[in-house]
Design a protein around this ligand. Structure first.
Ligand SMILES: Cc1cc2nc3c(=O)[nH]c(=O)nc-3n(C[C@H](O)[C@H](O)[C@H](O)COP(=O)(O)OP(=O)(O)OC[C@H]3O[C@@H](n4cnc5c(N)ncnc54)[C@H](O)[C@@H]3O)c2cc1C
Length: 392
């Protein structure tokens, strides 16, 4: 079977779905867009994640990037819905002097960006989260964060995209196996179900983006899997209401990795992250460890993070864990995702490497890709995310 398309998006995780969604919005209705995944839609990292929509205020650029994305999530929830969006806010918890020092820093970062958050005294903390241990020494509440169910969110994006552009084709269970090129540009992709002639391909394959780049005759991209162990409780009433996270998460999870992401000696670490589920259970994470594509459970790390969760929410001791699993975050060298054209092969674009923030950042990623392809002014400065930074 042979076919033609104006754009082929490879990878049906949250990033590929967001790219298709934004392309449908930004390009004419007649644009032929094909989304391909070798498995089911949202069957890889996106279906294994926590779905915390997180605003990160570290710098004005980070803030604009993440805040715009979370705003786009809110707008999608209002227009389309159907993906268990909850405007929970985020409660950052401190448990030692080092943590307590981070609270005024985070407060100032939100304030410097013109946003608001609240440093909580004991009474306010109890009002917001009555199920917390009585001896949590400090907390900050940021009302702008939320939670979604990523698998359903992928579906919602594709549903709305199809309302804007009826011709969008989604091919699940169909691997991309090669690229066709003429001179320095892409002319098509080979798939398990025939070739598709196209001048434009977006590589949105997460931890497999380096493989796909190689398939196109390009060097492997510096994106490395970073494993995370998760556990979910039975469908009891969740002992918490907000998205909770240890404030030490900011030190531990953000920015460039402190160990060699390609190495094999990362002992791993954790900062607890707890999320009420819309059906009543509680999702508990989250560990981080570079160890290649290995998806076996690291019981020791998981038990350490469960112990931290119980320290904050003691009622969790009485709630059975019903499922545990491992997901692979796509960590990009330098800590920022790659979003934009690949400078060494015309027609190849990259949208990959979002580590632990891919759900949060999916809408702005899609929009930046679509706006750059459409040649319209980007909503946020795309410079820090350009793939051209590789090897610079
Ligand atoms: C434990 C854990 C918790 C997380 N929690 C959060 C959170 O709370 N908030 C947040 O914002 N982010 C979170 N993340 C991060 C987020 O899940 C990822 O950044 C995001 O899902 C990456 O999406 P993606 O579309 O790039 O990759 P994926 O979802 O992995 O999609 C890539 C797709 O490409 C397909 N593919 C690969 N090769 C081919 C090929 N040759 N042909 C066709 N298709 C191919 C794969 O089948 C896959 O479906 C978490 C991640 C983990 C692991």
């Amino acid at each position: 079977m042979s076919q033609t398309a104006d754009v082929v998006v490879v990878g049906g995780g949250i990033i590929g779905c967001a790219v298709v969604h934004a392309l449908a919005q930004q390009l004419p209705r007649s644009t032929r867009i094909v989304l391909i995944d070798r498995g089911p839609i949202a069957g890889a990292t996106s279906g294994s994640s926590m779905g915390h929509l997180m605003v990160t205020p570290d710098t004005p650029q980070d803030y604009a990037f993440s805040r715009t994305s979370v705003r786009l999530w809110n707008e999608l929830a209002e227009r389309v819905g159907g993906f268990h969006f909850q405007a929970t806010g985020a409660l950052y918890l401190a448990d030692c002097d080092e943590d307590l020092e981070l609270i005024p820093v985070l407060h100032e970062q939100f304030r410097d960006n013109g946003d608001r958050c609240e440093i909580l005294d004991e009474q306010r903390l109890r009002e917001i989260e009555p199920g917390l241990a009585p001896d949590v020494p400090g907390a900050l509440f940021y009302p702008g964060d939320g939670v979604v169910l990523p698998m359903l969110a992928c579906g919602a994006m594709l549903r709305e995209a199809r309302q804007w552009n009826e011709s969008i084709e989604v091919r699940a269970e169909c691997a991309v196996t090669g690229f066709e090129r003429a001179g320095g540009r892409i002319t098509g992709v080979a798939t398990a179900r025939g070739r598709i002639a196209t001048p434009l391909v977006v590589n949105a394959t997460g931890v497999w983006a380096p493989e796909l780049a190689e398939m196109a005759g390009q060097p492997r991209l510096p994106i490395y899997p970073r494993a995370g162990n998760l556990a979910i409780t039975a469908h009891h009433v969740s002992p918490i209401r907000t998205q909770l996270l240890e404030i030490s998460y900011l030190r531990f999870a953000h920015g460039a990795a402190k160990v060699d992401p390609a190495g094999t000696d990362d002992p791993g670490g954790h900062a607890v992250n707890m999320q009420p589920q819309s059906h009543g259970g509680c999702l508990i994470g989250s560990t981080r460890q570079f160890r290649g594509m290995d998806r076996t459970l690291n019981r020791e790390l998981l038990h350490r993070s469960l112990a931290r969760a119980q320290r904050y929410a003691p009622a969790l001791k009485n709630v059975p864990i019903v499922r545990t699993w491992v997901g692979l975050r796509p960590y990009a060298e330098g800590g920022l995702p790659f979003i934009g054209p690949w400078p060494h092969l015309d027609g190849l674009w990259i949208a990959a490497g979002h580590e632990g923030l891919g759900i949060s950042l999916a809408p702005i990623t899609g929009l930046l890709i679509a706006q750059q392809i459409a040649g319209v002014a980007p909503a946020v400065d795309p410079t820090p995310y350009q793939p051209a930074r590789i090897g610079a």
